[in-house]
Write a protein that binds this ligand. Structure first.
Ligand code: F6P
Length: 547
């Protein structure tokens, strides 16, 4: 089997990367006044300006040829059609069915999944309305005021970060708290603020086997009982979301309180399923539905827009360009919007758990990078810490800047400052500042010639650093849904080009198994230790500290 880096299209791109060595984006902008317009496209409330990238028409065409060679459109269609593309787990990949408002069926193994999807959406809608109207009461007759969402990974990041992003849409009178870490500090801090009589726990675990979530739920249950609730009252205060209904019932969940999901929804793609229940509880069902509709709009765009206007396709191609032809090992996300501050962490799981693979689909070993480290945080904060490395460090770090053009109740000088910083950063990264300019700036400085030259060198900004700028009319639920789906499909495009299965995550399993073996030795303090010398020593130290 030919791996992607053995193809003619890959060779062409390698040569194109060499051909632009020594060229500077600054000169490209000077030479072509249309460059910004040529490399800007919009869809679903999102405008992407990708003109500040190390690309020219030949490179873009070369990347499109690579996508064509790797059958990205065919693979995309197979995903939407419910084919078993997650072949290592023998599963379809159908998070898109959860936001399918086309009225068309979606078939898995000859069965239309849409009736179950719609029935679950109705169940979410009813439940949310019951909570918000006060119809669903706690066991003492009080309306529910606090929601505690317990889950980890995709069963945590999606609900938490999207709820955070939608702060201007929060319902009055309801507060939502998230618990993920098995570190007891987390759940204790949350429970300490709560009254058990007006609190509802939503336990979210697709597999219903995740250690952290099971333990945190047991702790929450015990707290509820210790505070005065009884076993009979639990059904009013605990609900679960899972594809493993049997395990949820065995755990003690009331069957009526279980919101189902399905094995064809990957954990990191699950916020569109009932895993999104805490979002609906935070912002109300209508806004939650708008989030799904935004994702559906992006699905339609991804399926139908020409490649040169296709946001996920373009972002995916640019990612491959930097990862494989410029040696970029990381990619930074910089939302210039406080409420979107968690978004880098969301995309981090989405991208790194999907494409962090070392074997291609036909079980071929691969010797090319499949995905960068995704990181980042809200602007402008990063400008005063890590941007230094992006501007002058010797590693290439492509960046996605994000900015809503309108923000609720805040169209004032703060927003203008935020925007100016965002645009100023992309400008500085692209154009840089030459040695000559820096030297000239120091003309009146009290420095001898050698110090002046030296300082000018330190101040020189190389520029030519790539970035995308993503603008949103406003970050409403619809646009947020489109944004998340855009990154999902970007990850898909990259996985399809690299020829990996973006929908399994075998790499997380060994750590779980070993962690459980170690736990056994930490709990059974007399058990003989038969691990490697380092692990044995660490366990001994823990045992001594906890005697
Ligand atoms: O361990 C990785 C993982 O399986 C993620 O893929 C998933 O999002 C997370 O754990 C939580 O899994 P679950 O929803 O089954 O508890």
């Amino acid at each position: 089997m030919t791996t992607v880096n053995q193809t003619e299209q890959w060779n062409v791109l390698s040569k194109l990367a060499q051909s632009i060595q020594g060229q500077h984006m600054r000169d490209w902008f000077n030479a072509d006044p249309q460059r910004a317009a040529k490399y800007t496209t919009s869809a679903c409330g999102i405008t992407l300006d990708y003109s500040k990238n190390l690309i020219n028409p030949d490179i873009l065409q070369g990347l499109l040829n690579l996508a064509h060679r790797q059958q990205v459109p065919q693979k995309r269609d197979a995903m939407f059609a419910g084919e078993i593309i997650n072949h290592t787990e023998q599963r379809a990949v159908l998070h898109t069915a959860l936001r399918n408002f086309s009225g068309e069926p979606v078939m898995v193994d000859g069965v239309d999944v849409m009736p179950d999807v719609l029935a679950t959406q109705d169940k979410i809608k009813d439940f949310v309305q019951q909570i918000h109207s006060g119809q669903h009461k706690g066991y003492t007759g009080k309306a529910i005021k606090h929601i505690v969402s317990i889950g980890i990974g995709g069963s945590f990041l999606g609900p938490k970060i999207m709820s955070e992003a939608l702060k201007p849409y929060w319902k009055d009178g309801i507060s939502v708290h998230y618990v993920a870490n098995v570190d007891a500090c987390h759940i204790q801090d949350v429970l300490a603020k709560l009254d058990h009589t007006d609190t509802l726990f939503v336990m979210s675990s697709k597999s219903f086997t995740t250690q952290e979530t099971l333990q945190n739920t047991l702790t929450a249950k015990q707290w509820f009982l210790d505070q005065g609730g009884s076993q009979n009252d639990i059904a009013k205060h605990f609900v679960a979301v899972s594809s493993n209904v049997k395990a949820a019932v065995e755990f003690g969940m009331d069957e009526n309180n279980i919101f189902p999901m399905w094995d064809w929804v990957g954990g990191r793609y699950s916020l569109w399923s009932a895993i999104g229940l805490p979002i609906a509880l935070t912002v109300g069902y209508e806004h939650y539905r708008a989030l799904l509709e935004g994702a559906f709009a992006m699905d339609t765009h991804f399926k139908t827009a020409p490649a040169t206007e296709n946001l996920p396709m373009l972002l995916g191609l640019l990612g491959v360009w930097y990862t494989n032809f410029h040696g970029a090992q990381s990619h930074v996300l910089l939302p210039y919007y406080h409420y979107l501050r968690g978004f880098p962490a969301y995309v981090q799981q989405l991208d790194m758990e999907s494409n962090g693979k070392g074997v291609a689909n036909q079980a071929d070993d691969i010797d090319y990078a499949t995905g960068p480290v995704i990181w980042g945080s809200e602007g402008t904060n990063g400008q005063h810490s890590f941007h230094q490395l992006i501007h002058q460090g010797k590693v290439l770090i492509p960046a996605d800047f994000m900015l809503p053009l309108n923000v609720p109740q805040q169209n004032d000088i703060h927003h203008a400052m935020l925007a100016s910083n965002c645009f100023g950063q992309t400008q500085a990264l692209m154009q840089g500042k030459t040695y000559q300019e820096c030297y000239a700036d120091l003309a009146s400085a009290d420095l001898d010639e050698s110090a002046r030259k030296g300082l000018a060198k330190h101040k020189t900004m190389p520029g030519n650093k790539p970035s995308n700028t993503l603008l949103f009319e406003q970050l409403d639920p619809h646009t947020l849904g489109a944004l998340v789906a855009m990154y999902e499909h970007k990850v898909f495009v990259q996985g399809a080009i690299w020829g990996v299965n973006s929908f399994d995550q075998w790499g997380v399993e060994l750590g779980k198994v070993l962690g459980n073996q170690v736990l056994d030795k930490l709990v059974n303090t007399d058990a003989t230790l038969e691990f490697d010398a380092s692990t044995n020593q660490l366990i001994e130290k823990f045992r001594q500290a906890n005697r």
